[in-house]
Design a protein around this ligand. Sequence first.
Ligand code: HEC
Length: 110
Amino acid sequence: MRSSTLIASAAVAILAFFSIQTALAQMPDVAAGRKRAEVCMACHGENGRAVVPGVPHLAGQNRDYLAQALRDYRLAQERHNPTMTEMAKPLSDADIDNIAGFFHGLRAEK
Ligand code: HEC
């Protein structure tokens, strides 16, 4: 094998390694999300199906949509709701990703 081919193969392997690392770092911790979401279940339900009239269901919802909604409530500019802003304010970015992963993973139907 020529040394330039070797160097190219090594570069591909290194790139692959780092992209896997990045993908893993972005995986939500669903168990931590469930724990952090306990306070949300009074309204959004234990299974992500809302138990209070006027409260949206979260089960099975798109993960990025859920995370964006929580970031928007936390910022209280694009999206403002007194209850949800209060709920979202103390959440860290990791909390938001984990909670979004948790509700996303629940079955949408009853
Ligand atoms: C006291 C009741 C209550 C609690 C507790 C609560 N929510 Fe909500 N949530 C609401 C209501 C009401 C809305 C709809 C607000 C609106 O009109 O924007 C909402 C909206 C949302 C949305 C947007 C859904 C969509 O389809 O756009 C998300 C995501 C969400 N809540 C997540 C959470 C999380 C995560 C928690 C816990 C940290 C939580 N909520 C706690 C009442 C609650």
